[in-house]
Design a protein around this ligand. Structure first.
Ligand code: ADP
Ligand code: MG
Length: 140
């Protein structure tokens, strides 16, 4: 295993319910370190570009609207095997399929409003981190 970094987003359904601290505790208890963090309001253009890979999907417009419906918390998480580890801590995309103890099982409202985003591979993690953070904002 190697030390990796991954991009995490605490989504608007979770910031609205004041769950940032409870979600961060899941990351920290799970062995990940929050090495960058900022709360922002995404623009429509940013949300469309970030989720560009899903542009052809039927849920794309709804997803973009949801992601700009309130503030998000952008984070870089660091740790051993951080990309896969974060996806384990998050749980399955659809909370109905998420394992006990995962963020999505405990907090997600629906398959769309599922509380967190996490990068899915080393290449996307690097791209997604660079999309939102300057190198100087990340302090390991
Ligand atoms: P993940 O976030 O687990 O990597 P995807 O990359 O497949 O999942 O999808 C990105 C996001 O799009 C999901 O987290 C969720 O917010 C939304 N989404 C995915 N599938 C659906 C769906 N069938 N209906 C509505 N929203 C969806
Ligand atoms: Mg994904």
């Amino acid at each position: 295993m190697a030390v990796e970094r991954t991009l995490s987003i605490i989504k608007p359904d979770a910031t609205r319910r004041n769950l940032t601290g409870k979600i961060n505790a899941k990351f920290e208890d799970g062995g990940l370190r929050i090495v960058a963090q900022k709360r922002v309001q995404l623009s429509k253009a940013q949300a469309e570009a970030f989720y560009g890979v899903h542009r052809e999907r039927g849920f794309f417009n709804d997803l973009v609207s949801f992601m700009i419906s309130g503030p998000v918390v952008l984070q870089v998480l660091e740790g051993e095997n951080a990309i896969a580890r974060n996806r384990e801590i998050m749980g399955a995309t659809n909370p109905a399929n998420a394992a006990e103890g995962t963020i999505r099982k405990e907090f997600a409202e629906s398959i769309e409003a599922n509380s967190v985003h996490g990068s899915d591979a080393p290449e996307t993690a690097a791209q997604e981190i660079a999309f939102f953070f300057a190198g100087t904002e990340i302090v390991g």
